[in-house]
Write a protein of this length. Sequence first.
Length: 120
Amino acid sequence: MIHTVKIPLKLDSLNDYIDKNRTNWNIGNNYKKSIQRTIMLYFRKLPKIEKPVKIHITWVEVKKNRDPDNIAFAKKFILDALVKAGKLPNDNHRWIKGFSDNFDFSKESEIILKIEEVEE
């Protein structure tokens, strides 16, 4: 089974997140909590996942000015939000069997998340 979720957001890159934490650790922590709450809204219709998964993410950006590795860092926020929302039991090795990241460009930023359930 593959579950698809579209998240119409542009998340901070690793560099942006590091800057927030360098300003004050609490600013970075508050940002992480805030963005996780926002992401969780898009998981409302997602059923609880009972099997390990492979996560396929397409990062759709408006401009080509951010490095792919800095963009893909934001999967940390997405996985933590999946767990916090109660949709995935954990984001450890038992539950996450792999990732793939693809990058595309359009007039609007979004993240297309495909969660593929796999056999243990």
